[in-house]
Ligand binder design. Structure first.
Ligand SMILES: NC(=O)c1ccc[n+]([C@@H]2O[C@H](COP(=O)([O-])OP(=O)(O)OC[C@H]3O[C@@H](n4cnc5c(N)ncnc54)[C@H](OP(=O)(O)O)[C@@H]3O)[C@@H](O)[C@H]2O)c1
Length: 294
């Protein structure tokens, strides 16, 4: 049994890690009560708790919001991981940090994907702050254990899947972008894969982890819709219209067209094949159905 601190434990990924690890490990959960951008507070906290691992799930994740609240995004996403790496080093803890596909500009042709060592070149402030966080974290942490993931979803909270289900149950028609491609990732699958790496002899460094398979937001929405109809989670069919980014209209943050993370590195370290995003969406919808009956 190890002692593990999860900053950001009430966020989507934090909750998934809590479910994955509690029972087998001693888990310390914190949220905004321990502000990771406050160097002194983080150091004092880590010195008092002496965790063996720190799984940093805390971040400012509002991609459009970061265009206006640049400072808040930078505090959490650039300073936060730096503080965690400093504090971890003081007590000999292993820190694990999460980053994003949005550190890339997405200009590669869609037949190609993004490798860990590819040059980062973010298109928006969220991506800039996360790219800076990776750099600061790695300059201070011996192992530089940074997991880049993409398009996270789960059965609860606000994410693309739950938003789609809500809109599909209230609107007859939906427009969804079909020219941004990426890999949807089920938060419990990510937590499980990262836990396997931590308990194994993974050497660290930057690693891309998501579910397998590629989708556009439209493909993702279409599959959610069809599976939800099959499971009886949605009563009426909705007209889902594929649109280009330009047709969809302006958003505050520009997003990469190609967000496809290459998974070769993580695949070499896992004992089982990575589940596809379609399989993961199906399991997530079954979970929602189960929770709705409780
Ligand atoms: N969501 C995605 O699609 C996605 C995609 C790629 C990568 N990621 C990365 O995956 C990680 C987890 O994302 P997530 O979707 O689980 O995020 P989330 O649901 O937004 O949760 C983030 C948590 O961090 C907390 N937090 C924010 N600023 C903090 C601070 N300064 N100090 C302490 N806690 C703070 C938030 O608390 P409040 O709610 O009180 O602010 C929230 O509980 C992040 O590193 C994110 O960049 C996410």
């Amino acid at each position: 049994m190890s002692k593990i601190w999860i900053p950001g434990s009430s966020g989507m990924l934090g909750k998934a890690f809590y479910k994955e690890l509690s029972g087998r490990h001693e888990i310390i959960c914190t949220d905004s009560n321990i502000d990771i951008s406050d160097t002194y507070r983080v150091i004092e906290w880590v010195k008092s708790q002496k965790p063996e691992y720190i799984i940093n799930c805390a971040a400012y994740t509002n991609v459009d919001g970061a265009e206006m609240d640049v400072e808040r995004a930078w505090r959490a996403n650039a300073n936060g991981p730096m503080n965690i790496a400093i504090a971890a080093g003081m007590v000999g803890a292993v820190p694990v940090h999460f980053s994003t596909d949005y550190v890339f500009d997405g200009l590669k042709p869609i037949s190609e994907d993004y490798h860990e060592e590819d040059k980062t070149n973010p298109l928006n402030h969220y991506g800039y702050s996360k790219a800076q966080g990776e750099k600061r974290f790695c300059s201070l942490s011996d192992d530089c254990f940074v997991v880049r993931t993409s398009w996270l979803f789960d059965s609860g909270g606000k994410n693309f899947l739950t938003t789609m289900l809500r809109l599909m149950s209230t609107l007859p028609e939906l427009k969804v972008i079909n020219d941004q491609l990426g890999r949807p990732t089920y938060a419990p699958d990510l937590a499980s894969m990262v836990s396997e790496l931590i308990s194994d002899t993974f050497p660290g460094g930057v690693v891309h982890i998501s579910n397998s398979g590629v989708a556009s937001w439209y493909d993702f929405a279409r599959f959610i819709h069809d599976a939800a109809i099959d499971l009886g989670l949605l009563k009426d069919r909705v007209n889902i219209i594929p649109v280009s980014t330009e047709e969809y209209g302006e958003t505050k943050a520009t997003r990469p067209k190609n967000s496809i993370l290459n998974l070769n590195r993580v695949e070499k370290h896992l004992s089982a094949p990575i589940p596809s995003w379609k399989d993961a969406v199906h399991r997530c919808l079954v979970q929602i159905l189960k929770e709705s009956k409780q």
